[in-house]
Unconditional design. Structure first.
Length: 645
C-alpha cells in the first residue's frame, strides 16, 4: 500500500487520493502507475524526472496542473484513459512525446503546454475551448513542423493562423473508406475517427482491417452488423460503448496495437471465440464482452481497470471462460466474479479453437542440488548449488555452453544417475488427496511417473514396436483398454510400425514411439535430452509441439537442446516463448563448475541478458562463451536469488 518503486516503476496504490506540489520532482524512475483515485496531477509533480519514459493517466484524472511533467527529457509515451479536461501551462515542456490522443472531454490547453515536444501531428477534439500562447510552439521532429488536425471550427483556424501553425481541416468524420466485393472495410488515412452509428445495421461488411496510427470508434459505430466476422486493428485504439454489440457472426478480434479503452457493452452479445491482445489494454468497460462463447482470454499484465460483468455469461456448452494474466487486478476481478484464473500458461492454442482443459491432478517438482560429481578417481565437481521448482503446465528449455552440465543436471535431478548430494521431491495432488515422492541419496520412488528421453538410443533394438510397448506397460504394472491403446497408436502414427524392429526405425519414428509409451504410461514428467537430435526441421518441430500438448494437459516437460527457435504448425508460426514458458540457462564459473545463470520466465530472459529486439535466444550462448560474461551472469543471478529470499 502507499507509494513504492519496483524495477524502476513508481507505483502509487489506490489508497492515495492526493499528490502534493512537486511530490516526485527530480526523482529517477522509468514508468509511473498511478492510483485510479487520483483526480489531479499536481503542480511540478514530476518535474525534472529525466528518466521517466512512460506515464498512464487512469480514468479518474481530470486535470494536469502547471509544469507537472516539465523537463522530463526521456518521456515519450503518454496514454490518457479517462475524461481529462485540463492541461496546464508548461505541462509537457521539453519532453520527447511523439504521439498523444486527446480525449473528447478536453477543454483547456495551457500556455507552452507542449513547447519543444516531438509531436508531428495531433487531432484536436471539438470539445477544446481554449488553447494557450505557444502551446505547440517548436513542436515536431527534425525537418517537420507540427500539423493540427480538426473538424472545421473558427477558433481553431484563427489560432493556427495567429501562431503560424500548419493545420488540416477534416471534412469527413470517417475519412476515405472502401468496402470491396468481399465486404472487407479499409481506410486510407492515418487517423481514423468513426462517428456514432456510422455503420450501424450495415449488412455488407464482413471484415475490418485498420492498419492505422490512431483509431477512435465511437458509440454504436458497427452495432448490429450481422455479417461482420473478423476485426483486425493496429495503432492506438479507443473503442466506445456498444461499438460492435449484436454482431452475431463476429468470431475473431485481433488487437495489434495499444488499446486505450474498450467501452461498456462494446462487444456485447457477439459470437467471439478468439480475442487477442498483442500489446496492451488499459480499460475494459462494463459488460464489454458479456454473452460471448469465449472460453479463453489472455490479458496483458498492464491492465488498469475491468468493469462490472465485463465477461458475464462468457461460455460455450462445455466450458466457462478462463482468463490468463499475471495482473493483480485481473486476479482480484476473477476471484470476485467466480471466473477461472491462471497466472501461467494453463492453455496454449495449438489449434484455432482448442477445448479448455482443467487439470485433474496438480503436479509440482522441487529439486536441490548441492553438488554433482563426475566419475573417475578425482571426482570432479560438475554442478553446484542449484535449486529449481517446476509445476503443472511448465515447459522448461534448458540451455548452456558445452560442458556446462545440461544433460548431467537432467539425469541427476530425475534420478537417472545416482548422486548422493541431490534431493528431489514430486508432489501429485488430486483434489484433497496429495502424495509425495522423493529422490534422496540416489534412491527414487517416482520413476514410474517419469519419461526420460536421452539423446542416444531409446529402446531395446531387437524388440518389435508392439513388444516394446507391452514391455513398458508390464514393467509399470499398467493395464490399458483396447480403445485407449488404439487411439494412442493412431495419434502418433504407429499403426504401420507395430511389427517393425526398433533397430529399423528412423530417428523420428523412435521419438514417436517414446511419446506413445509415455502417453500410455500416464507419465507426469517428460525429461528430454536433445530430443531433436538427428531430426530434420519438420519432425523436430512436430515433436516439440507434441510435448507442448502434454504440458497443456498439466504435465511437466523439461528439454535440453541447443536450438531455441520458433515453431511452425499448419503454416502458422508459434513463438519460442509461447511454447517454452520457462528458461533455464547454465554457465561455467572460473573453476569450471556448472551453475545457474538464469531461471525464470522465458520472455524476461531477454532483458536479463540485455538482448536487442532482433537478437535470438541462441545469442545467450555466445554471450556466456566469454568467461568474464559467464562469471558476471552467474553472480548477477545469485544476487537476484538473494533478494527473493
Amino acid at each position: 500500500m502507499g507509494i513504492s518503486i519496483v524495477n524502476d516503476c513508481l507505483i502509487i496504490s489506490d489508497d492515495i487520493v492526493f499528490l502534493k506540489d512537486g511530490n516526485f520532482k527530480n526523482q529517477s524512475f522509468k514508468k509511473v502507475i498511478l492510483s485510479s483515485n487520483i483526480k489531479v496531477i499536481s503542480k511540478e509533480c514530476f518535474k525534472n524526472c529525466d528518466k521517466l519514459e512512460e506515464i498512464i493517466l487512469p480514468i479518474g484524472v481530470k486535470r494536469i496542473e502547471e509544469s507537472a511533467f516539465e523537463n522530463c527529457s526521456s518521456l515519450r509515451k503518454i496514454i490518457i484513459l479517462g475524461d481529462l479536461e485540463y492541461i496546464g501551462d508548461y505541462a509537457f515542456v521539453e519532453t520527447k512525446i511523439e504521439n498523444i490522443t486527446f480525449p473528447e472531454s478536453l477543454k483547456y490547453i495551457g500556455d507552452y503546454a507542449f513547447f519543444c515536444c516531438l509531436i508531428n501531428e495531433v487531432y484536436l477534439p471539438d470539445s477544446v475551448e481554449f488553447i494557450g500562447e505557444s502551446a505547440f510552439k517548436d513542436c515536431g521532429q527534425i525537418g517537420n513542423k507540427i500539423v493540427l488536425k480538426f473538424y472545421e471550427k473558427k477558433y481553431f483556424i484563427e489560432y493556427c493562423k495567429n501562431n503560424l501553425i500548419k493545420y488540416e481541416i477534416l471534412t469527413d468524420r470517417i475519412f476515405d473508406y472502401h468496402i470491396d466485393e468481399d465486404g472487407a472495410l479499409t481506410f486510407n488515412s492515418d487517423i481514423v475517427y468513426i462517428e456514432k452509428e456510422t455503420f450501424k445495421n450495415n449488412q455488407i461488411i464482413t471484415s475490418i482491417n485498420f492498419d492505422k496510427d490512431i483509431i477512435v470508434i465511437n458509440e454504436s459505430a458497427f452495432e448490429n452488423c450481422k455479417n461482420l466476422k473478423s476485426i483486425s486493428l493496429s495503432g492506438i485504439i479507443t473503442i466506445d460503448s456498444r461499438a460492435f454489440c449484436n454482431c452475431s457472426d463476429l468470431i475473431s478480434c485481433n488487437f495489434r496495437g495499444d488499446v486505450i479503452s474498450i467501452g461498456d457493452e462494446s462487444f456485447f452479445n457477439d459470437s467471439l471465440i478468439d480475442v487477442n491482445f498483442k500489446n496492451s489494454i488499459k480499460k475494459i468497460g462494463e459488460r464489454a464482452f458479456a454473452g460471448n462463447p469465449l472460453v479463453f482470454l489472455k490479458l496483458p499484465d498492464d491492465i488498469e481497470f475491468i468493469g462490472q460483468d465485463a465477461f458475464f455469461a462468457c461460455q460455450n456448452k462445455d466450458n466457462h471462460i478462463l482468463i490468463e494474466s499475471n495482473s493483480k487486478i485481473v486476479e482480484n476481478y476473477c476471484n470476485q466474479n467466480n471466473i477461472l484464473h491462471s497466472k501461467g500458461r494453463t492453455i496454449k492454442l495449438l489449434n484455432p479453437l482448442i477445448k479448455m482443459k482443467r487439470y485433474i491432478k496438480e503436479v509440482t517438482f522441487y529439486t536441490e542440488v548441492k553438488k554433482v560429481y563426475g566419475s573417475g578417481y578425482k571426482r570432479k565437481v560438475l554442478l553446484e548449488d542449484i535449486n529449481l521448482s517446476f509445476s503443472s503446465g511448465d515447459m522448461v528449455f534448458i540451455m548452456g555452453c558445452s560442458g556446462s552440465g545440461k544433460s548431467t543436471l537432467l539425469k541427476s535431478i530425475f534420478g537417472i544417475t545416482k548422486q548422493s548430494k541431490v534431493y528431489s521431491e514430486l508432489k501429485i495432488k488430486n483434489g484433497k488427496n496429495e502424495k509425495v515422492y522423493h529422490l534422496k541419496k540416489g534412491k527414487s520412488n517416482f520413476m514410474k511417473f517419469l519419461t526420460y528421453g536421452p539423446q542416444f538410443s531409446l529402446s531395446n533394438p531387437n524388440l518389435k514396436v508392439k513388444q516394446e510397448i507391452k514391455k513398458k506397460l508390464e514393467l509399470r504394472n499398467i493395464y490399458i483398454k483396447k480403445e485407449v491403446y488404439t487411439k494412442t497408436i493412431t495419434k502418433y502414427n504407429l499403426e504401420n510400425l507395430l511389427d517393425k524392429k526398433i533397430s529399423n526405425l528412423s530417428g523420428g519414428e523412435k521419438k514417436r514411439l517414446m511419446m506413445a509409451v509415455a502417453d500410455l504410461c500416464n507419465c507426469y514428467i517428460y525429461a528430454m535430452d536433445e530430443p531433436d537430435s538427428g531430426l530434420d526441421e519438420p519432425f523436430a518441430s512436430q515433436l516439440f509441439l507434441q510435448l507442448w500438448e502434454k504440458s497443456c494437459e498439466g504435465c511437466i516437460v523439461a528439454v535440453v537442446s541447443h536450438h531455441p527457435k520458433d515453431f511452425v504448425k499448419n503454416d502458422k508460426v508459434i513463438k519460442f516463448e509461447e511454447v517454452f514458458n520457462k528458461l533455464l540457462v547454465l554457465a561455467v564459473d572460473e573453476k569450471d563448475i556448472g551453475r545457474v545463470a538464469y531461471f525464470g520466465e522465458t520472455k524476461d530472459a531477454r532483458d536479463f541478458f540485455k538482448l536487442k529486439e532482433n537478437d535470438k535466444y541462441s545469442d545467450i550462448i555466445k554471450i556466456l562463451e566469454n568467461q568474464e560474461q559467464s562469471n558476471y551472469y552467474i553472480k548477477r543471478w545469485q544476487q537476484v536469488m538473494k533478494k527473493t529470499k
